[in-house]
Design a binder for this molecule. Structure first.
Ligand SMILES: *Cc1c(COP(=O)(O)O)cnc(C)c1O
Length: 365
């Protein structure tokens, strides 16, 4: 038996060199655009501050969704521009935004009224959000002129107004909806002096005409493809996170015996089964089907039976010599998360952002 202290259980190893590499690949695609690194949701599960510090000297700034994320960055000494991608959710937050020199999106009438009425120590850098077809946030075509005028007249807003929009279908093969969004954006923005931003990851990979002044990569920074059926490596980016655990049991298993809750997997041969200390309580998808790939000692094996809260089982094969304590990789280098996602019926975006607080993080390079 190995001693407990040396075991790797539920560890996310984050490779800062891979992160910098991905940033360089992205910057090389859009040479003339600033890069706003999107680090919302704990930097897509990679660690907000560690990712921010790794990219601080390269990125133009950072994009987050919650005021708390932005304040955490400022408190840690990050000086670069920080954009709140949905702006503030209530008027009292505008004071913090002003004091902390945060940038905000304004996407609706209520946010506009709030900023017009509040008293602020210094004007705020604003990105006016245009709804060009996503129909989630942003001002509709018929509102845009009037809103732009009001924004231009507010003493609480730094001039000129910046303009931002978001694609709904840039990852799809059919380019029509994306072209329509681009022409709606161009029509309104063409003679406006502010900065313009449209592309997130899929736009960056597929739509060079969407780069404008500032691109907003999220998932591709972490080496993951935003496009179904394609892995990040295809674009020259590298997985930043490698998610590791280890075997905590290796069992002899007889032909015809089921495994786990519901007995959903039955072996068609005598074999050896590995039990891994990682389950849905750590963030492994419970929907992962038998057959989902897992790496044990660098060798690809198949998930067998249902995912439990703390464990999964894999079929190691009859000749396996793996033993307790041996290394397991759930996804990352040598095992793209996109493959685990497709075996689970989930998007890689969801997988990467739902690791739980049980995960231990280590940072290399
Ligand atoms: C999350 C987000 C992004 C990044 O999206 P990816 O597809 O991960 O690159 C960019 N812009 C906005 C407004 C976002 O909310």
């Amino acid at each position: 038996m190995v001693s407990g202290t040396g075991l790797t259980i539920a560890t996310a190893e984050v490779d800062c060199q891979a992160l910098r590499h991905n940033f360089q690949i992205i910057q090389a695609l859009a040479r003339n655009s600033e890069v706003l690194a999107i680090i919302k949701a704990h930097a897509y599960g990679h660690g907000l501050l560690e990712v921010a510090k790794t990219l601080e000297s390269f990125a133009y700034g950072f994009g987050v969704s919650r005021l708390s994320e932005a304040v955490t960055l400022r408190e840690a000494g990050i000086q670069k521009p920080i954009l709140l991608l949905e702006g503030v959710y209530s008027a009292d937050e505008l004071l913090i935004v002003s004091v902390d020199r945060l940038s905000i999106v304004i996407h609706c009438e209520e946010q506009l009224q709030d900023i017009e009425q509040v008293n602020l120590p210094q004007p705020i850098d604003v990105w006016m959000k245009l709804d060009t077809g996503m129909h989630r946030l942003g001002f509709r075509h018929e509102q845009q002129d009037r809103v732009y005028q009001r924004l231009s007249q507010s003493k609480n807003i730094k001039q000129p107004i910046n303009l931002i929009s978001h694609f709904s279908r840039a990852d799809e093969a059919d380019g029509k909806p994306t072209e329509q969004q681009l022409s709606a954006f161009n029509e309104f923005t063409k003679d406006k002096p502010g900065l313009k931003s449209f592309a997130a990851s899929a736009g960056i990979l597929k739509w060079p005409q969407s780069y404008y002044n500032m691109i907003r990569p999220g998932i591709i920074l972490y080496g993951i493809s935003p496009i179904d059926g394609i892995i990040g490596e295809t674009f020259g980016i590298k997985p930043v996170m490698t998610l590791k655990s280890c075997l905590i049991a290796v069992r002899q298993h007889k032909k015809g015996e089921p495994i786990g809750y519901g007995g959903t997997w039955v072996s068609d041969r005598d074999t050896r089964i590995g039990v891994i200390a990682f389950g849905y309580g750590d963030g492994y998808p419970r929907s992962a089907r038998s057959g989902t790939p897992v790496l044990v000692n660098g060798r690809e094996v198949a998930l067998a039976g249902r995912v439990s809260m703390d464990m999964i089982c894999v079929d190691l094969g009859p000749e396996a010599t793996d033993k307790i304590g041996d290394e397991v990789i759930l996804w990352g280098k040598q095992l793209p998360i996109e493959r685990v996602a497709s075996h689970s019926g989930l998007s890689a975006y969801e997988l990467i952002t739902r690791l739980t607080s049980r995960i231990k993080y280590t940072y290399i390079n």
